[in-house]
Design a protein around this ligand. Sequence first.
Ligand SMILES: Cc1ncc(COP(=O)(O)O)c(C=O)c1O
Length: 387
Amino acid sequence: MTSNRPSRPIYLDYQATTPCDPRVVDRMMPYFSEIFGNPHSADHRHGWDAEAAVDAARGQVAALIGAKPREIVFTSGATESNNLAIKGAARHRRATEGRTRVVTVASEHKCVLESAARLEREGFDVTYLPVRPDGLIDLAALEAALDDKVAVLSVMAVNNEIGVIQPLEEIGRLARAAGAWFHSDCAQAFGKIPLDVDALSIDLMSISGHKIYGPKGIGALYIRARNPKVALEPLMDGGGQERGLRSGTLPTPLCVGLGAAAEIAANEMTAEGERLRAMRDDLWDRLRRDLPQVTLNGDADRRIPGNLNLTVPGLESAELLAALDGLSVSAGSACSSGAQAASHVLQALGHDPAKVAAGLRIGLGRFTTRADIDAAHEMLIAAVSGR
Ligand SMILES: Cc1ncc(COP(=O)(O)O)c(C=O)c1O
């Protein structure tokens, strides 16, 4: 009997992280040892060359979201960007305008929820909006939660566990009407779906390098310069780099890598989205046919092309993962500590504990092949039926 099972493990966890694209690595290489100057050294050629590379990367990131290069600040990743955006905006607006409220959503990434929790301990009034069973927020509930005391509204574009895409345009419009600055964690959306900061009324956007085939340890924060002009209280004190918002020497090779990854995504996003959607839908159709008890978590249509989040009733994901040696998929989110806590996202959908414990996230990406999908299908069927 022939088997599709390969000798190397198959990676289907692209929402946790992505491999660095070899084209990105090639672009980064000269900036480790040849063009190694400090991009903040203003007195000599070594510094200027590094600065030019950082500025080019800033332009590549900005171009993908319709922003201006000077509206992009480099950070270490989306965790830092989310912290800087939410804490920085809330603290600034409380001090300057007396706005003391923060509104966010129960299914946000932990770094958003924990930033909000810290602000709560500092005396801010934080509202955590629920989500509907399909994972999307209720716009009427959002509208009711917004008033002229809200400093910042934080709603992610794409959920990292269930892949659903929030209605950003409507959310941005409601935030604008209330004068709340709209922050969106776009770690899972940037480079995957079209984003335009003006069309979506986004004032602050968090970006991560390692979710888009760039290096780990780099990210960016978009900060709107006009209409409204967004100002933040920085998290770090130091040399005043990045217009005083993020002190510390920029890692030139990582900035170049993020810029290259953004440029590649800009060129390939549409075709790649179609390719992933076809493979993802095919896998879902086959799994549904062979395992009729399996259900999908989160809206089926308003979803990024590379994501599936499934529940096999009665089968805990930990048990399923143990049987899936050779297939890297995950239970819930791997973005936290690695400790297996119950998924707060599946809980937010209103699922009972058994269904929460049975969630399985499958993430397809740039290097996923049809053969990988065939093998994954076979392995999933075997794992579920062979228990
Ligand atoms: C939605 C979302 N926000 C934030 C993060 C954190 O990003 P980073 O690893 O760049 O800090 C992740 C992933 O880890 C994510 O999926």
